[in-house]
Design a protein around this ligand. Structure first.
Ligand code: ADP
Length: 302
């Protein structure tokens, strides 16, 4: 019998050997063969589904492990970074109590101010981390120039900010739409890093921001001629609580938040840096701008 399912053929052969199939069984065997075929198709489909779900399970498990590991580090570093400035403030307050000198008291107060702003920066980082995780994405029109100027102005208070020459270049073919709050946090982190890690021995420290918008995406380049990042650290600076040098001035969470924001917005980020020369952060973000639909001319409407 031709065209029978191979598995069924094997079974028949086991029973009949080379003997011909009895005529009265032929229609029954054709029906059995069809159910064998059906069974095999369903079996193949099920195995494919199982492969897929075990792949998904594996991915979900890897993601869960990563998040769990991050949570551990988060709890450890958060408690450390919150306690360090607080204990320093408590110590300084005791010193103020003990001191009779006005000059000394002023110095301690200045240090308290520094510790308080460290604490505030850290809490702000945690707030923007949570905002990025929890809040829905919003698409709104963004004026890049106004946006960047605003972010720079807000960081004017940082030490040495006034020494750094800031240059902004915008090239926009179309309006840019994205999530304003997330973009604000992203820019503020990158700009404040360029200020924090500027090269104090240079006569002309600079920060250059290029913002290029096309219908599909915005490319943002944040370039500085600061202290730069050693090659061995470059792939790790986006990790949670990673500091690339012992003189790092923060908690090491800023670039992690930046990367999380970029991922949430569906974009990508990379860094090119030369130690002692400077760094450029390159961000690509999708443009959520929807061009107005063309209104058909009178002729085509008729
Ligand atoms: P931090 O709060 O320590 O500044 P970030 O996550 O923002 O943490 O950055 C991680 C590390 O990468 C920093 O500790 C610093 O060593 C390095 N870094 C980030 N931006 C720059 C930059 N523009 N120039 C030089 N080093 C940088």
């Amino acid at each position: 019998m031709d065209g029978l399912n191979t598995r069924l053929k094997r079974e028949i052969w086991k029973h009949l050997g080379d003997n011909p199939v009895p005529e009265e069984l032929k229609s029954l065997l054709t029906a059995v063969s069809a159910s064998y075929d059906n069974y095999e198709k369903e079996h193949a489909l099920l195995s494919r589904i199982m492969d897929l779900s075990s792949e998904e399970l594996f991915d979900a498990n890897t993601e869960l492990r990563k998040r769990n590991d991050e949570l551990d580090r988060f709890v450890y570093s958060t408690s450390h970074d919150l306690r360090a400035p607080l204990t320093s403030i408590l110590g300084l307050l005791q010193l103020i109590d003990l001191s009779d000198s006005k000059k000394e008291k002023e110095l301690y107060l200045k240090q308290i101010k520094i510790s308080t702003s460290q604490l505030d920066n850290f809490i702000q980082d945690i707030v923007s981390y949570t905002h990025n995780k929890k809040m829905d994405l919003v698409d709104e029109e963004i004026d890049p120039k106004e946006f960047i100027n605003e972010s720079i102005e807000k960081l004017d208070f940082m030490p040495n900010s006034s020494r750094i020459n800031k240059e902004i270049k915008i090239r926009a073919e179309v309006p840019f739409f994205s999530d304003a709050q997330r973009l604000r946090n992203l820019l503020s982190n990158l700009i404040s890093n360029s200020i924090k890690y500027y090269n104090s021995s240079l006569k002309n420290p600079f920060l250059k921001i290029d913002f290029i918008v096309n219908p599909e995406r915005a490319i943002i380049l944040v370039e500085d001629n600061g202290i730069g990042i050693k090659e061995i650290h470059q792939s790790k600076v986006f990790e949670m609580f990673y500091r690339a040098s012992p003189t790092s001035k923060g908690s090491g969470i800023g670039l992690y938040i930046v990367k999380e924001i970029v991922e949430k917005l569906g974009g990508s980020i990379s860094v090119e840096s030369h130690f002692g020369k400077g760094s450029t952060f390159i961000i690509s973000l999708p443009n959520k701008y929807q061009p107005p639909e063309k209104i058909p001319s009178k002729k085509t409407r008729q």
